[in-house]
Design a protein around this ligand. Structure first.
Ligand code: CP
Length: 312
């Protein structure tokens, strides 16, 4: 007898933990939530009475705001803690912070932290559901899901697409989640950037390494540029931003060799003129603002599903 699929995750810690079925289910749910943001009254009672805490120990514009908007559009009560306003400033450990938050009985904690693995640590110590909003250089699952939703909307599918990811791969949690996610969904990920910014063994994750950026972009369906993460580079890993822009920047000339209907993506924030020219970022192939719009829908879907979805 055929068993019916059920989404059964309590936490969203990484794309690694999601099956292709889970990913498709989340994207379908996000698709259905998009309509709520188009209404004049953008609010549904789905998460009424639920408490969501946003614990952001690193700066964020898109992720933090879209999680908050998502929770509020579903009528949850939301609270924000940032590094500068939390007692972490006074030396409190993450586990002690987590235990104290648990005592206030939240339902969901959304965490961004500079240490890889911190959402996993939190999930071990608290009863609430945990969503990873970016942990160090490890994963950024909700970003990869909104990226996959944006690609699926534009291309109708993910299977067999060529996805070029260009830039600071080694420090990028977005790259890691996207390589895992797109590969699970049957797409072919090609990465390029300075050799010092490509982690050894990335092929084991399913990515093809292209030492020339032109090889990655040629015939690509999707060209995604990533930010150079100066804050995570303690020693210079390439000569200068100017040289990076010349050798690896995504510009009008380079995107000529992508498929004619290729889309241009960037998770933001963009260093204009470094990883991407303004002409490309604001050009007709760019779907960068659609990524941001889809971020709200994907985060609504995640909050809804980890709270039990239809079973609520
Ligand atoms: N894409 C992304 O994570 O952006 P923020 O750092 O602004 O959240």
């Amino acid at each position: 007898m055929e068993t019916q699929y059920r989404f059964q995750k309590k936490h969203i810690l990484g794309i690694e933990d999601l099956s292709p079925e889970d990913i498709s289910f989340i994207l379908d749910a996000a698709d259905s939530f998009k309509e709520i943001s188009q209404r004049s009254i953008k609010k549904v009672p789905t998460l009424r009475g639920k408490t969501v805490i946003h614990l952001f120990f690193e700066p964020s514009t898109r992720t933090r705001l879209s999680f908050e908007i998502a929770a509020k559009r579903m009528s949850a009560d939301t609270f924000n803690i940032s590094a500068s306003t939390s007692s972490a400033q006074k030396g409190e450990t993450l586990v002690d912070t987590a235990r104290n938050l648990t005592s206030m009985n939240p339902d969901i904690i959304v965490i961004r932290h500079s240490s890889s693995g911190s959402p996993h640590l939190l999930a071990k110590h608290i009863g609430a559901s945990v969503i990873n909003a970016g942990d160090g250089t490890h994963e950024h699952p909700s970003q990869a899901l909104l990226d996959m939703l944006t690609v699926r909307e534009n291309k109708g599918q993910l299977k067999d697409l060529k996805i070029a990811i260009i830039g600071d791969i080694i420090h990028s949690r977005v790259a890691h989640s996207n390589i895992i996610g797109f590969t699970k969904m049957g797409a072919h990920v090609h990465v390029s950037g300075p050799a010092t910014l490509i982690p050894p063994g990335i092929e084991k994750m399913g990515a093809t390494v292209c030492h020339k950026v032109e090889e990655a972009i040629e015939d690509a369906d999707v060209v995604m540029a990533l930010r150079i993460q100066k804050e995570r580079q303690f020693d210079p890993l390439f000569p200068s931003l100017r040289e990076y822009a010349i050798c690896f920047g995504v510009n009008d000339t380079r995107i000529q060799s992508a498929k004619p209907d290729a889309i241009i993506m960037h998770p933001g924030p963009i260093n204009r003129g470094v990883e991407m020219t303004c002409e490309v970022a604001d050009g007709k192939r760019s779907v960068i603002m659609d990524q941001v719009t889809n971020g709200v829908a994907v985060r609504m879907a995640l909050l809804y599903l980890i709270m039990g979805g239809e079973d609520r």
